[in-house]
Write a protein that binds this ligand. Structure first.
Ligand code: DMJ
Length: 631
């Protein structure tokens, strides 16, 4: 319909029709409704993209889909690359960042045909930026980035699973027993809780919780790589099918940035590297993008909680003065570097290199890293230092960053060495009974307590010791062995032979919980994690023996009719179960126990580092680094 133009001196069209004021109003209302309907039809009908293309320039359409956080994962690999950042040098890359990584990012940004990433939005010096969802910028007609998976597999020095069966039938039988435990844990989860986050094995139902922002299937994603390396083929296929068909990333809830990263992103990355299945990679990348708004703070230190739908982020209510937690923002580095490796998008690496820059700059009391840092000022909020909860995996990721970089990231190694030296000087103590432990530090006052979480440190110190000079190496191997022994003592001193959540060294107590609230065991892995590293690095059979004692205790006290459950008191042999099969039991505890009885080349430490949820991520050997092909 063509509307006549209003001519000067002539009444307008409705007036020309002789309409009165209310009629005119109704007429205009009708007209605007009609227009809205037409446009709505163009943009909202199911297959409206075809119409949109008629109206919108091609690039703008691509852009909207590239930046959409709900883009279909199946299209990820055919996506066009994103537009280049404004500057060749990543905005947040630290001047002290590992040179090779910076060169790699620079080369990628400069390469005309290579992928490039969107520029980070400018960050005001003194205020919050509005959260941004995704990092997509308009895509340009460049070739897609493609990680060369085959090349990566060829770079591995050992087979990822299988290997020669052990000569010793007892070892073979123990390995099989642990595999059976995994199958039992998985089968029950599948039967009673598939799609929920955890299994409740007593009530035979699922648990969702509030840590993952509406994401489901934490146990599925956490279990993938364990099922795969144990050669539980059918079960692995079940888990993979769930990820393909039911793993929905379009959720709208409050998630822990840390937990989503270590369990979901770590689990998906490991599953991809082990199997080459594209679905795991695309889901990991899609989820990784959803985490990026958490970094939109004045310092770039992310906040702990993020709404995966809106991108809004905030600090935990319990964290002092809106602070971020060391073990949370310090436990992103490994996964985020791999997100960049696989996507060709430098934004992920930039975010974690910036965290390191902030941490390098801030003054460390006595060389120590307190657990609470303000994401606004970049200063410590409290002087509480712990190698257990709130601090733990920050230290782990420093040494593992160095190992994962094929020992090129000397900045991470130096930070780790300095931190460990300070910890040893101020926190490491020996009890009257001769047990070495790592206390907690509150502004110079020691709390003579060690959490179960801190027991990972035996393995970490052993891993780091491998690479010092001879004398230094021996010193740290001894320290690692002593701490692992103390953690073992916390197990053997309990009636169940499982360790409490925390144990103390005061008032005549050694390696035992003194408070009722610290007597529980929730299927945690840290002690067996240290046994695995100590076994692989020393081959002292006592570590296998200690691991086997844990298997027996789990069978006796935690196995119930429909899965495994935590217990509320390790000091009673008629324990009360907590009705929860934690997802990390499948990701970590059972995986570490299994590896304890495997040949060393199964997930060899030459090829892999384990993220803090025991998901293996490959060492970036130079022969696959930056060999991604541009198609
Ligand atoms: C796991 O989710 C990870 O190991 C994390 O680093 C600490 N806690 C649990 C297991 O205890």
């Amino acid at each position: 319909m063509v509307l006549p133009r209003k001519l000067p001196g002539m009444p307008g069209w409705p007036a020309a029709l002789g309409l009165r004021l209310p009629q005119k109003f109704l007429f205009l209302l009708f007209l605007s409704g009609l227009l809205t309907l037409c446009f709505g039809a163009l943009f909202l009908l199911p297959d409206s993209s075809r119409f949109k293309r008629l109206f919108l320039p091609r690039r703008a359409t691509s852009s909207s889909s590239s930046s959409s956080s709900s883009s279909s994962s199946s299209t990820r690999d055919t996506e066009l690359p994103r537009s280049p950042p404004a500057a060749a040098e990543p905005r947040h890359a630290s001047p002290a960042a590992p040179r090779r990584l910076r060169e790699k990012l620079r080369a990628r940004n400069a390469a005309p045909a290579a992928h490039t990433a969107p520029a980070s939005r400018p960050q005001g010096p003194d205020g919050e930026r509005p959260a941004e969802v995704g990092t997509g910028a308009p895509r340009e007609s460049r070739a897609p980035f493609q990680f060369d998976y085959e090349r990566f597999r060829q770079s591995l020095r050992h087979p990822v699973r299988g290997g020669r069966p052990d000569q010793d039938p007892d070892i073979r039988a123990r390995k099989m027993k642990i595999k059976e435990m995994m199958k039992f844990a998985w089968d029950n989860y599948k039967q009673y809780a598939l799609g929920k986050n955890e299994l409740r094995p007593l009530t035979k139902n699922g648990h969702i919780g509030n840590m993952f922002g509406g994401l489901r299937g934490a146990t599925v994603v956490d279990a993938l790589d364990t099922l795969y390396i144990m050669e539980l083929e059918e079960e692995f296929q079940e888990a993979k099918a769930w990820v393909e068909k039911s793993f929905d990333l379009n959720v709208n809830g409050e998630a822990s940035l840390f937990e989503v990263n270590i369990r979901y992103i770590g689990g998906l990355l490991a599953a991809y590297y082990l199997t080459g299945e594209e679905v795991f990679k695309s889901k990991a990348l899609e989820l990784g993008e959803k985490l990026l708004p958490a970094f939109n703070t004045p310092t770039g230190i992310p906040r702990g909680v993020i709404n995966l739908g809106s991108g809004m982020s905030w600090s935990w209510g319990w964290a002092s003065a809106g602070s971020s937690i060391l073990a949370e923002f310090g436990t992103l580095h490994l996964e985020f570097l791999h997100l960049t490796e696989l996507s060709g998008n430098p934004v992920f690496a930039e975010k974690v290199l910036n965290i390191r820059k902030v941490l390098k700059r801030v003054e460390k009391p006595q060389g120590l890293y307190p657990n609470f840092l303000s994401p606004v000022t970049g200063n410590w909020v409290q002087h509480h230092v712990s190698i257990g909860g709130l601090g733990d995996s920050f230290y782990e990721y420093l040494i593992k960053s160095w190992l994962m970089s094929d020992k090129k990231d000397s900045e991470a190694k130096k930070m780790y060495d300095d931190a460990l030296e300070a910890i040893e000087k101020h926190l490491v103590k020996k009890s009257a009974g001769g047990l070495t432990y790592i206390a907690e530090w509150r502004g110079g006052i020691l709390d003579h307590k060690m959490g179960h979480l801190a027991c990972f440190s035996g393995g970490m110190i052993a891993l780091g010791a491998e690479h010092g000079g001879e004398e230094r190496k021996q010193h740290y191997m001894d320290l690692a062995a002593e701490i692992t022994n103390t953690c073992h003592e916390s197990y053997v001193r309990s009636d169940t032979k499982l360790g409490p959540e925390a144990f103390r060294f005061d008032a005549g107590t050694e390696a035992m919980a003194t408070r009722l609230s610290e007597r529980y065991y929730i299927l945690r892995p840290e002690v067996v994690e240290s046994y695995v590293y100590m076994w692989r690095l020393t081959h002292d059979v006592k570590y296998r023996q200690w691991g086997w004692e844990v298997v027996k205790a789990l069978e006796k006290h935690c196995r119930v009719e429909a899965g495994f459950s935590g217990i509320r008191d390790v000091y009673t042999t008629v324990p009360t179960h907590d009705n929860m099969q934690q997802s990390f039991f499948l990701a970590e505890t059972l995986k570490y126990l299994y590896l304890l009885f495997c040949e060393d080349d199964v997930l060899s430490l030459d090829d892999w580092v384990f993220n803090t949820e025991a998901h293996p991520l490959p060492v970036n050997h130079s022969n696959f680094k930056a060999k991604a092909s541009v198609q």
